[in-house]
Design a binder for this molecule. Structure first.
Ligand SMILES: [Ca+2]
Length: 264
């Protein structure tokens, strides 16, 4: 068993013990139905929520950490991102999730709080529906490398946790509305803290040498979550820490942020 599995099990174990909370729907979504242009797929109900994205340029960075050479964050290796993309400025909120899915699974209710209690599989359904409602944007989860690249935002300095992140010591044991803390250098809020952010990849060990546009292996047992949450202390609330949920694991500290194709 991988060493970080116990940590993640702790997070999700705590989450599972908490009852689901219903969320008042203050913003009744303007529901509409869409049928694909092919006409062969069933209609998708829902509406395209307001979302903000920033352009992430191509470039290279040093991924990982050698602070503990036996950890899954090692070795540090050069990653080149060859394709610019766009990344959502905030975590997906409950209002955004509800607009697309018609329901809100979050434990901590609030339209502007991040959605949580969503699994990687749930996120794929959200993205599938959103791409049907808003075709041509190619919404997806970021790869783990794209996430760390964007979190670092061209720097090697760690941001001040209290100014930039909701973590255990300042969260009062709950999520907070997105976008209240200081954004990173690329205008991204809450990359560290608030909720863990699902990535697209199946988890794998890091390569010893440089790689280009890594996207993980084709199959695996665990997905990857990044950034730590309201529940976590500094070791996990770090640009390099890799949590390992199963694809159907949910927890009240796990959410997502969308990537999409550049140039919209
Ligand atoms: Ca986050």
């Amino acid at each position: 068993m991988r060493p970080d599995r116990a940590f993640v099990a702790l997070c999700f174990g705590c989450a599972a013990a908490l009852a689901l909370a219903s969320c008042a729907d203050r913003r009744a979504s303007a529901a509409r139905s869409e049928t694909s242009s092919a006409g062969s797929q069933p209609a998708v109900s829902g509406s395209v929520p307001e979302m903000s994205f920033v352009h992430i340029p191509d470039g290279s960075f040093e991924m990982g950490s050698d602070a503990n050479p036996s950890s899954d964050q090692s070795p540090i290796h050069t990653v080149t991102i060859t394709r610019p993309f766009e990344l959502q400025t905030t975590e997906v909120t409950q209002a955004q999730w509800r607009a697309v899915m018609g329901s809100d699974p979050a434990h901590f209710p609030g339209d502007d709080r991040p959605v949580e209690q969503v699994s990687w599989t749930d996120a794929q359904e959200f993205i599938r529906r959103l791409n049907r409602l808003d075709p041509g944007k190619a919404y997806r989860l970021p790869t783990e490398a794209e996430w760390e690249y964007a979190c670092r935002a061209g720097t090697t300095e760690r941001d001040d946790l209290d100014e930039g992140a909701w973590v255990h010591r300042n969260s009062e044991s709950q999520t907070h509305p997105v976008g209240l803390k200081r954004p990173n250098a690329w205008g991204l809020y809450d990359m560290i803290g608030n909720v863990w952010e699902l990535c697209a990849d199946w988890k794998d060990s890091y390569p010893a040498g440089p790689v280009t546009d890594p996207a993980g292996p084709p199959h695996g047992y665990y997905k990857v979550c990044r950034g730590g949450s309201w529940f976590d202390v500094g070791a996990a609330a770090n640009p390099t820490f890799r949590a390992s949920p199963g694809p159907d694991d949910r927890g009240n500290s796990q959410g997502l942020r969308l990537a999409r194709a550049a140039a919209h």
